[in-house]
Write a protein that binds this ligand. Structure first.
Ligand code: SF4
Length: 324
């Protein structure tokens, strides 16, 4: 089976947008590929200021993945910094990566703008570390959304350059283009995000917390009163019904347009269906959380398996670069 690599930054708890997009996709990929899923804690440091929370986020992320169906027997699940070879490879790859390639990356420009007081080297070198993450394990396939394609293209360019200079070493990673559904924020602004306070429903939320978040979510701003007709196409609750009430979503839309259903009832229906859909995952998550040693063991075992591959790659890279 071809090898897949993907990673997620432990910068907050995962929300249902992450579940419907990345995590469910990770679970499916296990059937066709040999998968490596990494909790990329070093990447988190480029933007995360409160590093005392990072261990909690790592644990939460591992719990979400395992409860959702990632099988640690088949799949390697580990924490990036537990395999320090990745930083070594990052250094070697940085020697073949022109600075001009990195400075033109749109996300670097965005992040530099967003945190002008902390434009650190890690921000500009982020794509090199990302390339090291992938090629350290000689992964051939990387699941990405359309917006991440430029990053993968840069990883491919760095890989090609290394292979040209030092001989065929790494497979050029290919994108597995994945449609990540756009899950809207509960605030009505943009998409559900870890960074916008109150915009998300976390996987780890209780049913009561989920209901409370839904009941206070912003809906169609034109529906000030119960009798006002609504516009489901601009309502985040309606978008969420597509995933959690698929059989009735059209009918809900029609009823909304003629004020046949009120927002309170519409939200109650969503809360009930979402809580039902997430109930078994949340039960598994709670059961796993009762045994913190199990998560530690899974991550330690994943790191040990990843390191076997990583050491072999580093040995080959050093040999090709004349360092052995
Ligand atoms: S009835 Fe439902 S779909 Fe229509 S505006 Fe209210 S919450 Fe949104």
């Amino acid at each position: 089976m071809k090898r897949v690599f993907s990673g997620a930054r432990p910068t907050a708890r995962q929300h249902i947008g992450n579940l419907l997009g990345a995590i469910n996709n990770y679970v499916k990929l296990q059937k066709e590929y040999s998968c490596i899923y990494c909790i990329v804690d070093i990447h988190a440091l480029t933007t995360l200021q409160e590093t005392d929370k990072i261990q909690g986020y790592i644990r939460d992320l591992a719990l979400d993945w395992l409860a959702a169906g990632i099988d640690p027997q088949e799949t390697i699940v580990f924490v990036q910094s537990d395999v320090p070879e990745v930083t070594e490879l990052h250094t070697y790859l940085s020697m073949v990566t022109p600075l001009s390639w990195l400075l033109r990356v749109p996300t670097f420009k965005e992040k530099a703008k967003a945190q002008p007081d902390n434009v650190n080297y890690g921000l500009v070198g982020y794509p090199v570390l990302q390339t090291a993450d992938i090629v350290l394990y000689k992964a051939e396939v990387v699941p990405v959304g359309e917006d991440q394609l430029p990053h993968l293209e840069l990883a491919r360019e760095i890989t090609r350059r290394f292979n040209t200079l030092f001989g065929e070493t790494f497979p050029e990673p290919k994108a597995k283009l994945t449609e990540f559904p756009l899950i809207p924020s509960l605030s009505g602004k943009s998409k559900m995000s870890k960074s916008e306070e109150g915009s998300a429903i976390d996987i780890a939320h209780t049913a009561e917390e989920t209901t409370a978040r839904i009941m206070t979510a912003v809906t169609d701003p034109a529906r000030k009163f119960r009798k006002d007709p609504g516009h489901p196409e601009v309502c985040n609750i309606h978008t969420l019904h597509k995933y959690f009430t698929p059989a009735e979503v059209e009918e809900i839309g029609k009823e909304c347009r003629v004020a046949g259903i009120g927002c309170v009832d519409c939200k109650k229906l969503l809360a009930r269906n979402m809580n039902e859909a997430l109930a078994s995952l949340r039960e598994r998550r709670a059961a796993l959380a009762e045994n913190p040693n199990y998560i530690k063991e899974v991550l330690a075992d994943g790191a040990a398996r990843a390191r076997v591959i990583a050491r072999e790659t580093i040995r080959e890279v050093k040999q090709k670069m004349g360092l052995l």
